[in-house]
Design a binder for this molecule. Sequence first.
Ligand code: IMP
Ligand code: MG
Length: 179
Amino acid sequence: MESIQIHDKHFVPFINRDKISRYIEFMANQIAEDIGPDEVPIFIGILNGSFMFAADFVRNYPHDCHITFVKMASYDGVNSTGKIKHLVGINEDLTGKTVVILEDIIDTGNTLAEIYEIFRDKKVKKLMIATLFFKPDVFRKELHIDCIGKSIEDKFIVGYGLDYDGLGRNLPDIYQLKL
Ligand code: IMP
Ligand code: MG
C-alpha cells in the first residue's frame, strides 16, 4: 500500500483489506452468537458509508438474515457538522424484530443518537449496534454499542466505503489523513 492524495489532502496506509476482513469475520460471529441461530435478524446498513462493510458482514453471517439500508448524512468534509441532513426510510415492518444497525464508523455519536431516536417508537424486539470503526476519544454519548470492529485514534480515515468529500469510497483498504 502506498500513500495517496484525494482532492487537496494526503493519506497514508492505515488498515489493509486482510485486517478489515478479520475484524468483520469476528464481528459477524460475535453478533451470531448473541442472536442465536433461531432468530432471523434484520441488518440495516447506514448509507453511504456502510455499503461495503454491510455486504461483507452478511457474507460472514452464518444464519438466515435480512439486509436493508437507510440513508442519513451528518458529515461534510473532515469535520462532523453534528447535523443530520436527511434520512431515506425503511419500508419493512420492524415490529417484534431483532434489528442490527451496521455503521461504518462512530465518531461523535450524533448519528448514533439519531438512530436510537428513530428506532425508539418502532417497537422492535431488540436493537443492536455494530460499527466497523469507533473513535473513543471523540465519542460524547452515553449510548450502548454492541459490537466494535476496531477502535481507532481521532484521525480522519478514508477507504472501504468511507469518503473524503465524495472520493475514496471504492478503495479496498483504509488510509489515514497525514497531518
Ligand atoms: P458521527 O455522527 O460524528 O458519529 O459521525 C458518523 C458519520 O460521519 C459516519 O457514519 C461517517 O459517515 C462520517 N465519519 C466520521 N468519521 C469519519 C472519518 O474518519 N472518515 C470518513 N467519514 C467519517
Ligand atoms: Mg456513515
